[in-house]
Design a protein around this ligand. Structure first.
Ligand SMILES: Nc1nc2c(c(=O)[nH]1)N[C@H]1C(S)=C(S)[C@@H](COP(=O)(O)O)O[C@H]1N2
Ligand SMILES: [Mo]
Length: 406
């Protein structure tokens, strides 16, 4: 585990070694630099707090490609500020696109025509706003037991923002869909640094593409998208994991055959039937595996970390709950290891795709206090007690169980 002292030491040692250019950590920044607990010991040897342009320090798991997660402290508000929002890329060659000259090529064998859509074209279309959680499929992968391959994310490969943009459906209407159309694919401007890495292309079923809430966003929390979160425009697929949320989107293709590249198969798949999900992606499904789709119901304690010291007496524990877009109906807290449960207070409802804040007042007794949290959605689905193991470490919604010492 990396401690604050260790981080300060690492940062200043690195500064001394390089002379210039490295971010300086203030005491306040370093104080939030306690890494996500629970990830493998080995991760601590390379994970570090680091600053990307335009961002507060995030937990850097890799830099090429950039994979940076949010510390718990950044997830205390239902809207995650842009400079605290996590960053995830598969590819290292990420051009900084300009608004001028930016266009999206729309076409494909399932479209009746082709079109080029500029940023101005998008802004002239009726605008839609949606508050939605962007969670990487692999968030909490680092907690998987046994360990699995991939970025060893802790709890913070997610955030929630207010996205504004044009409906993907309105853009697709410009070219018209053939009745054989089954999927819509997206490509971004980023590319692989080595030719051996396949370009990152993702597709979604037509029925999801034409939903009212599926948009091409050009604003995040009221301002243009930050470069590292997809400027000038990105796809937003509320309810579904972040993998489909293509950043710097430059091509949209309507397909009559399933998109067959590496990032659709074998990547981003879950075993058929293992998770209680409603949204299926049938054109991609085979006997063994199916693409990951909607997020599972989940919650996170963001006010405290496991092992925190508190004062005996009233302690308010709080955090976020979310799901794949059905909406959170309740959050239950247990202080006796799951024998009995009490309802937490739910905070502001920013819509069915958003983080739902919750809080719970417990009365801490001297010594160890266990706090367990379980969210339930409007379909009646709840979190699991045991990990539903899968080879990619996706959909970890094991109830948290932390200990606070008074
Ligand atoms: N162009 C592009 N878009 C992308 C990716 C990528 O590698 N390239 N990664 C996807 C994945 S897997 C996730 S989880 C989200 C992360 O969004 P964020 O970086 O804005 O937090 O972006 C998605 N969109
Ligand atoms: Mo992801």
């Amino acid at each position: 585990m990396i401690t604050r002292r260790h981080l300060l030491g690492t940062a200043s040692a690195a500064l001394a070694a390089s002379g210039v250019g490295l971010p300086k950590f203030s005491e306040a920044e370093a104080a939030i630099a306690e890494l996500t607990p629970g990830v493998p010991e080995g991760v601590g040897s390379y994970a570090t707090m680091a600053k990307l342009p335009g961002k507060k320090p995030l937990i850097q798991l890799s830099d090429r490609p950039p994979n940076y997660e949010a510390p718990l402290e950044y997830l205390r508000t239902p809207i995650t500020p842009n400079d605290q929002f996590y960053v995830r890329y598969h590819l290292s060659d990420i051009p900084e696109l300009k608004a001028e000259g930016y266009k999206i090529a729309v076409g494909g064998d399932g479209a009746n025509a082709t079109a080029e859509i500029t940023l101005d074209d998008l802004k002239k279309m009726p605008a839609v706003e949606v508050v939605a959680v962007n969670q990487c499929s692999g968030s909490r992968r680092g907690l998987s037991k046994p360990h699995v391959q991939g970025v060893e994310w802790g709890y913070g490969a997610m955030g929630c923002a207010r996205w504004k943009g044009a409906k993907l459906k309105d853009v697709l209407d410009k070219v018209g869909l053939k009745k054989e159309a089954i999927e819509v694919s997206f490509n971004g401007a980023d590319g692989p640094a080595v030719a051996a890495t396949p370009d990152f292309i993702k597709s979604i079923p037509v029925w999801k593409a034409i939903e009212e809430s599926t948009i091409i966003a050009y604003e995040m929390n009221g301002v243009p998208l930050p470069h590292l979160n997809g400027f000038p425009a990105r796809i937003i697929v509320p309810g579904w994991t972040g993998t489909y949320w293509m950043k710097h989107v430059i091509a949209i293709n309507v397909l009559t055959k399933p998109e067959a590249n590496f990032w659709m198969n074998p990547a981003y798949r879950i075993p058929v039937g293992k998770f209680p999900l409603r949204d299926r992606f049938l054109s991609q499904e085979n006997a063994a595996s199916t693409p990951i789709t909607e997020m599972v119901v989940n919650s996170l304690i963001t006010s405290h970390r496991n092992g925190d010291k508190v004062k005996a007496g009233k302690v308010t524990v709080s955090g976020m709950a979310w799901d794949g877009g059905y909406g959170i109906s309740s959050v239950q807290v247990s202080t006796d290891g799951g024998k009995s449960w009490s309802a937490a207070k739910l905070g502001e409802d920013l819509g069915r795709f958003a983080f739902r804040p919750w809080s719970f007042d417990l009365s801490a007794k001297k010594g160890k206090n266990s706090v367990m949290v379980n969210a339930t959605n409007k379909l009646g689905q709840s979190q699991t007690a045991e990990l539903i193991f899968n080879p990619a470490g996706y959909h970890n919604n094991v109830m948290q169980n932390i200990t606070l010492t008074a």
